[in-house]
Design a protein around this ligand. Structure first.
Ligand SMILES: [Zn+2]
Length: 204
């Protein structure tokens, strides 16, 4: 019910490209329990719908800090998912919830989460990420045991270092973009690369 209410008063989140949510979900499959991975594949469209729905939640849910910030929203989403699984909700609903969680965690790790819509570096980075994502290897650092076995109320505190790291990354990205021709040059290059990618068959 909560997502329904939230989506009625929301604008689409622009912190990262929507395609990234699906990419992250797809590439996380090897680390999921096999039964759950099979359900995610079976309900791929529900995963995408859940991610898209989370992108429409109100702006504070995509911003760091506070009682309705992204850390608290991730906690609430984890609790909602745990309840869905415990109550044997249909897997379409569970997988949609995972899609929403994928969107939120991608936001948490987005360097330009707080950027204004006219931020040229943020725009160039948003174009760059989807073109680069297939070439970036996914690294799994192992399970975060305290986060899995601890109380859900501790999740926001445990997420804070990730947000700080992502925020710091924005400064390095700005420097790199400027050193390599500035945001405009990157936007042009990425647009050409995207067009080339669209002409080539990709994973189905
Ligand atoms: Zn978002």
């Amino acid at each position: 019910m909560l997502p329904v209410i939230l989506s009625a008063v929301a604008a689409t989140c622009l912190a990262h490209p929507a395609a990234l949510d699906r990419e992250v979900g797809w590439r996380a499959l090897p680390w999921l329990p096999p039964d759950l991975a099979r359900q995610v594949v079976r309900h791929e469209q529900d995963f995408a719908s859940g991610a898209a729905e989370a992108a429409r939640w109100p702006r504070p849910a995509h911003q760091s800090g506070g009682r309705s910030g992204i850390e608290a929203t991730i906690q609430a989403q984890c609790e909602r998912l745990a309840a869905s699984i415990r109550d044997r909700a249909p897997f379409a609903e569970v997988v949609a919830g995972l899609g929403s969680l994928a969107h939120l965690t991608a936001d948490l790790n987005a360097p330009f989460l707080t950027a204004q819509s006219g931020d040229r570096h943020a725009q160039a980075f948003a174009l760059y990420v989807p073109t680069a994502a297939p070439r970036i290897p996914l690294v799994f650092y192992g399970l975060n045991r305290p986060m899995i076995s601890g109380a859900a109320g501790g999740i926001p505190t445990m997420l804070r270092p990730s947000r700080i790291r992502a925020q710091d990354l924005a400064g390095y990205v700005r420097e790199d973009l400027d050193r390599l021709g500035g945001p405009s040059a990157w936007r042009e290059a990425c647009s050409k690369y995207s067009a080339a990618c669209c002409r080539s068959p990709r994973r189905t």
